[in-house]
Design a protein around this ligand. Sequence first.
Ligand code: IPM
Ligand code: MG
Length: 350
Amino acid sequence: MNINFTYLPGDGIGPEVGAAALRVLNATASAFGHTLEIEEHLLGGIAIDTVGTPMPAETLASAQKTQAILLGAVGGPKWDHLKGADRPELGGLLPLRKTLQLYANVRPAKPQSALLDASPIKAEYLEGVDFVIMRELTGGIYFGDKGRDALGAYDECRYSEAEIERIAIRAFEMAKTRRHKVTSVDKSNVLETSRLWREVVIRVAKDYPEVELEHTLVDAMAMHMLSRGKDFDVILTENMFGDILTDEAAMLCGSMGVIPSASLGEGKLGLYEPIHGSAPDIAGQGKANPIAMILSAAWMLRTSFDLVAEAEAIEAAVTLALDERQCTGDIGGTLSTLEVGEWIADHAGR
Ligand code: IPM
Ligand code: MG
């Protein structure tokens, strides 16, 4: 088949991990008899520098008509002086997620056995950890009214019942395909949006009697994730809590550089991106770990194109690379970003 997608390398290490992932996609596509049709566009800081806006019209138009988007990362210190929608994140990445209504961001945490030593957490807390964070991605404080006034600054946090309901349904549906448990994370002892969150989640749960539901406050969850991560299956939470908890979850897996994500809406369109940022401190040095990006590409094949065998070939090659330490320095290897991509491409394309 023709695998047609929009490719947005973005900033910092984005283009490096992206190049490695494209090697893997090319090798896999040719091994399985597919062709790749890649539409590359600018997003974020690179778009500001090149055409003066973080979200060029052509980028949005391409994203709106494609079936899948593969994205590197956006942002960096170079654009830190910019405000509001002039910024790479607020004017690029967030409107992309919002305009396409990709409200369900899925981020898995399942430590690979080869990486148990790479985590700063003791191995006994990592064994058996296998959960997914279902993060609401297009609402909450990220998208509320924000600004400055005479007294200071403010960021409004709002959630509608409909927004909570649709992400809760996604979490319960996912739990049905896994270990039948949803842990909803909120701050309902303080926040009104969290009180509504809890009410709506309880209501949705009534349609899923086979799924166990528990509620946890976000501060406690930050602790439980490390002390008893294996107790969780699907963790359902709002936008900002999900942002914070997914970085924490990455540490259970050994590195920010190994966790992919998918942002999904109602249709087949998906935005696939590593959970890590643009890592400006290591950009341009060939040190960035491309595995999160490569796994994001595999996820894209599986979910947006129904290419399950192809995705599995890439995932198996990643596991083999880790087992054989064919990886970057952050997880104990000696290869460069592109060398890891080439190694995985060779093994996925067999
Ligand atoms: C993420 C990132 C983004 C977010 C930033 C770059 C705006 O941290 O995808 O987790 O906060 O959503
Ligand atoms: Mg984040």
